[in-house]
Write a protein that binds this ligand. Structure first.
Ligand SMILES: C[S@@+](CC[C@H](N)C(=O)[O-])C[C@H]1O[C@@H](n2cnc3c(N)ncnc32)[C@H](O)[C@@H]1O
Length: 216
């Protein structure tokens, strides 16, 4: 979610998370009801920095929308690097392909349309992966984590967005999230918080971004 209404956010964005024109245009390809779903420039630059830090060459993204987060991450990939972007909604396909082309990363992103749970097993042949970014249906987060645990290399990253579940994971359920989805997100965070397996944290962004380095 875009989060630039404070002077602090504006400062960070204008110094560290500047977008070029094609990237800043991606938001205008969204429908009004989708605009809140895209990560912010600060979150995009955070992802890009993390991807670079682990020297990622192969990434899987679950939930692509218009390609904004994919573009930030793909721009950190070296020559020959690949990001597999999984998106369930076929109506978004043309827009995503158009956006990644305009942003100069069409050769680095492979878009796969379909339900993540059906697509992920077909990607295993390209693994192990250096990073998995989970940003799709919240009810699926533990299933996606199960897959990521098996398919991310030791020292790689598992990242999930919206992991505060709008406050519901810590008891503020003013958005009326379903109890079973709250349990799923709490399990997702608790599993990634396990210091025996991960070095990890929830970055306190507006919506929470769980970042975990896999240590096994
Ligand atoms: C929050 S948006 C992704 C935003 C994107 N990562 C960004 O910040 O630019 C969530 C996306 O996940 C997709 N999605 C929902 N359920 C899915 C599933 N089961 N498999 C794949 N994609 C799914 C939605 O269609 C939507 O485009």
């Amino acid at each position: 979610m875009r989060n630039t209404n404070t002077a602090k956010d504006h400062y960070i964005e204008s110094t560290f998370a500047l977008e070029d024109k094609p990237l800043s245009n991606v938001v205008f390809t969204l429908r009004l009801d989708e605009a809140h779903m895209q990560i912010s420039p600060i979150e995009g630059k955070t992802l890009q920095t993390l991807i670079k830090m682990v020297g990622a060459k192969k990434i899987v993204e679950i939930g692509t929308l218009a390609g904004y987060s994919s573009i930030w991450m793909a721009r950190a990939l070296p020559e020959g690097g690949r990001l597999y972007a999984v998106e369930v909604d076929k109506t978004k396909e043309t827009r995503i392909l158009d956006n990644i082309k305009k942003c100069g990363v069409a050769d680095k992103i492979e878009l796969i349309i379909g339900k993540a749970l059906d697509i992920l097993p077909t990607l295993e042949q390209y693994g192990p992966f250096d990073a998995v970014f989970i940003d799709a249906d919240k009810a699926g987060y533990v299933n996606y984590l199960e897959w990521a645990e098996q398919n991310v290399r030791k020292g790689g990253l598992i990242i999930g967005d919206n992991t505060f579940l709008f406050g519901a994971v810590y008891g503020d359920n003013s958005r009326g999230m379903k109890p079973e989805v709250i349990e799923i997100m709490q399990e997702f965070n608790e599993r990634l918080a396990n210091p025996a397996k991960y070095t990890s944290i929830i970055l306190p962004t507006a919506e929470g971004m769980t970042v975990a380095v896999k240590n096994f």
